[in-house]
Design a protein around this ligand. Structure first.
Ligand SMILES: [Zn+2]
Length: 410
């Protein structure tokens, strides 16, 4: 059945970006905005779009956009949605002056979530993960990257990845699982080397064999994992056909942005303290710089200067980093606006950063992130009359309709 969405005040297609496969220096004209538009869908894909024109609507399913806007489904390319327990008490500790590292030393932080998550069953984790995914749908998020990383043992990491897959089967959203076993060194291991060795030699082949993950990730930071120590994990994953993402240079310049470029990672995330050489190398290698303003807002650490990355020629994406400790936000439009304000990014860069460039960071740039011919019909209808009005709304008003692969899901 052919679907026609008509009476659209502004249709944001990103089609010029898709056509040129362009990811950097994104300006307003690149967004491919069509005024007074219509769009047609057949099965799960976009067929065509344009401005006012008469065509045969016989036998078509019609959707009246009522002079609202239509834009590509949002893509949250960095989340930690699989966990048990609460770390809300840590917020007061932060306000009392304790740092992220101080709280970790007091038994809080990632280790606290690990204890609670290990006690939870696969189905308990799948249920809470599914509800986290559903919450994100309120903002028009149709694709979500979801990380493990609160298991930190072979069985517990596999358990988390299975929970992601179970939750994925129960939601319409596209879920991209990432194995983040290198999130922290658990107490059972004395050093980085022995832990990385076990995860690389035992966990990785099993996760790859069971097709439980599309990417792997590593938290490269003082007190967590070193760039050198993480290399074997990342290289082995790459050899197994998995893509790479890195938590890079959030608290200090740890060499992670340079490593991301050397290994052709799909994305390096956080990046507050990335050095100029790292930024330059990332631009050359086409590594997406993913900004996560949530941790800056919640923990008072510096914001990443997105302008610097964009001007250097890096593709720039924005994600929530949704997690129970350092960024409890799941409102992607709000955080995108904050990345703009504090990271000095243009409106066009923000809009592409939560759709088109985020798709590239997940290696989905031929499938989603744009409403171009042949792309998946993942899209959001919103009653705002322009995309700039929607941007200023910062996620306050929910979409009027959401389609994923052409199906109405909300
Ligand atoms: Zn993260």
């Amino acid at each position: 059945v052919k679907t026609v969405i008509y009476n659209i005040s502004e249709l944001v297609t990103m089609a010029p970006l898709a056509k040129a496969q362009k990811f950097t220096h994104i300006i307003h004209d690149d967004l491919g905005i069509v005024q007074n538009a219509w769009l047609t869908i057949e099965n799960d894909k976009i067929v065509d779009f344009g401005d006012t024109k008469l065509f045969d609507l016989k036998g078509c399913r019609l959707i009246d956009a009522k002079q609202g806007i239509v834009f590509p489904g949002l893509i949250d390319s960095h989340t930690h949605p699989v966990f048990a327990g609460s770390r809300s008490h840590e917020f007061a500790l932060r306000l009392d002056g304790k740092s992220y590292q101080d709280i970790a030393q007091l038994g809080g932080g990632i280790r606290h979530t690990v204890l609670k998550t290990r006690e939870a069953s696969t189905h308990q984790l799948a249920d809470s993960t599914e509800s986290n995914f559903k919450q994100m749908l309120r903002y028009g998020v149709t694709t979500i990257e979801a990380k493990s990383g609160y298991g930190l043992s072979v069985e517990s990491e596999l358990n988390q990845l299975r929970a992601i897959n179970l939750a994925s089967a129960k939601t319409w959203q596209r879920i991209i699982p990432t194995c983040l076993a290198l999130h922290a060194i658990p107490d059972e291991f004395k050093d980085e080397e022995s832990y990385v060795k076990e995860m690389t030699e035992v966990l990785l082949p099993r996760a790859a064999h069971e097709k439980l993950a599309v990417f792997v990730d590593a938290f490269i930071e003082n007190g967590y994992f070193s760039a050198r120590g993480s290399e074997i994990w990342l290289k082995t994953a790459k050899n197994l056909g998995l893509g790479l993402r890195i938590h890079a240079d959030e608290f200090s310049d740890s060499g992670a942005s340079e490593l991301a470029a050397d290994l052709n990672a799909h994305s390096a995330d956080h990046l507050q303290f990335a050095c100029d050489r790292g930024i330059e190398k990332m631009a050359k290698a086409g590594v997406v710089a993913t900004l996560l303003p949530g941790t800056s807002l919640y923990s008072g650490i510096p914001f990443t200067n997105g302008r610097k990355f964009s001007d250097a020629g890096c593709p720039v994406a924005i994600a929530t980093d949704f997690n129970p400790g350092s960024s409890p936000f799941d409102n992607l439009p709000f955080l995108a606006a904050m990345a703009g304000v504090h990271g000095k990014l243009r409106a066009s860069e923000i809009l592409a950063g939560i759709t088109w460039v985020a798709a590239k960071s997940l290696n989905l740039q031929h499938k989603v992130g744009a409403l171009a011919t042949g792309y998946q019909a993942d899209l959001v209808l919103h009653h705002c009359s322009s995309i700039h009005e929607w941007l200023a709304d910062m996620g306050k008003t929910p979409p009027s309709k959401i389609l994923i692969s052409g199906k109405e899901v909300s």
